[in-house]
Design a protein around this ligand. Structure first.
Ligand SMILES: Cc1ncc(COP(=O)(O)O)c(C=O)c1O
Length: 395
């Protein structure tokens, strides 16, 4: 289909709406409804009460004393793993599910990689009374069998995608096709990616993470942190933590990407580090792409980081040098997974383990009074089987 570019929803040269006509009408309707709804006092009150009484916010800011002692500087975890459904994803799915209802939609469709967004979508759909259809790549569905079953328990139809590389990007392709063929369906997107208004809307629903963290660190330390660290798949948990601090120039913002089996192996998903500007799924961003502009091959042990594109807002923050980007390999993430489990008694999601590995790898670059907040984006229950299959069998 021919792509139409509209100058709307840009971050520098990134973002936009590169979509065929019928999808543009849908996006404009979502944009208009979102702008209307977000100002309504009833919506603000409903979100506030769901985030506190249903999702469990505010999530704690936990001082990780043993990790701090071991690594030699002050480390705080923003505990998004303690939210209902075990990750930051619920902040966004509740907001979009209410928007779908407001628009009079009967159904939501979503993609999922690690299964966390699929579970959070099925949860929000059950709560507000919407039919729910989830697409998931076959490789991810195999790794995350229990999350597939959880989604089914919550009443969702789960479609396993066997085309392409059978991962997240292929699930998005199929979910978009479903959207086009099913009027009355709302696309409930799981990260700060996609055509406008999704990157802005998802960021808005996730920025509560940083707003809370700022208040909490002021109470605990009486000052702003020196550095924020988060893993990046599409960018929603990282942007959620960073957004309220972008204007605080003394606070370093570090985005951690998956180096997979190594940056020189071609098996990674280090989009901001090695990608070049291009278009995927209707928006412009840093992209791992082949010589024809098609999404290139990618890999990460963490299904939720396995995406060849990235948030357009992060693409721009990188260009204007407000964002630092680091990479962590599968092996380094697995070592961090072990360390934080043993030291703190918290099993992290493999996605989160990438951000933790950065804290370990870069420990010598921090001084003993430095304060670092790590976004603990999700809990590791979903990954225990994967780690067992790689390391547990050797133990
Ligand atoms: C626990 C967890 N952390 C991080 C991510 C990465 O997504 P994002 O970059 O949108 O936060 C995912 C995605 O599935 C996830 O499940």
């Amino acid at each position: 289909m021919e792509q139409v570019e509209v100058k709307k929803g840009y971050f520098g040269e990134y973002g936009g709406q590169f979509v065929p006509g019928p999808l543009l009408d849908y996006l404009n309707a979502v944009d208009a409804a979102y702008n209307e709804l977000k100002e309504k006092p009833e919506f603000k009150a409903r979100m506030k009460s769901l985030l506190s009484d249903y999702a469990g916010r505010p999530s704690p800011l936990y001082f990780a004393e043993k990790m701090s002692e071991k690594l030699g500087y002050k480390i705080y975890f923003k505990r998004e793993d303690l939210n209902h459904t075990g990750a930051h994803k619920i902040n966004n799915t509740l907001g979009q599910a209410l928007l779908a209802k407001y628009m009079g939609m009967k159904e939501v469709v979503a993609e999922t990689g690690a299964g966390q967004h699929g579970v959070a979508t099925a949860t929000a759909a059950a709560l507000v009374g919407l039919k729910c259809t989830i697409y998931m790549g076959e490789i991810d569905a195999e790794k995350q069998k229990m999350n597939v079953y959880r989604m089914k328990l919550l009443g969702a139809d789960v479609h396993v995608v066997k085309s392409g590389d059978r991962v997240l990007k292929d699930a998005i392709d199929e979910a978009l096709m479903y959207l086009v063929g099913h009027p009355g369906t709302f696309y409930l997107l799981g990260s700060a990616v996609g055509p406008h208004p999704y990157p802005t809307m998802v960021r808005d629903f996730q920025k509560i993470i940083g707003e809370e963290a700022k208040k909490q660190i002021m109470e605990k330390e009486g000052r702003l942190p020196d550095c924020l660290v988060a893993c990046v798949g599409g960018g929603s948990n990282a942007l959620g933590l960073f957004y309220d601090f972008i204007k605080d120039e003394g606070v370093r913002l570090v985005a951690v990407e998956p180096a997979g089996k190594g940056l020189d192996t071609g098996l990674h998903a280090a989009t901001l580090t090695l990608g070049t500007p291009g278009v995927i799924h209707g928006f412009r961003c840093y992209l791992i792409q082949d010589e024809n502009g098609n999404p290139g091959k990618i890999h990460s042990i963490a299904s939720g980081l396995d995406y060849p594109g990235v948030s357009p807002e992060f693409s721009n923050l990188k260009d204007i040098k407000r964002l630092e980007v680091a990479t962590i390999s599968d092996e380094e993430a697995l070592d961090a997974f072990d360390m934080v489990s043993r030291e703190e008694g918290i099993i992290p999601a493999l996605e989160t383990a990438h951000a933790i590995a950065y804290l370990i790898k870069e420990k010598d670059s921090f001084g003993k009074d430095d304060v670092v907040i790590l976004n603990f984006s999700g809990r590791g229950d979903k990954d225990v089987e994967t780690v067992f299959n790689i390391r547990g069998r050797q133990a």
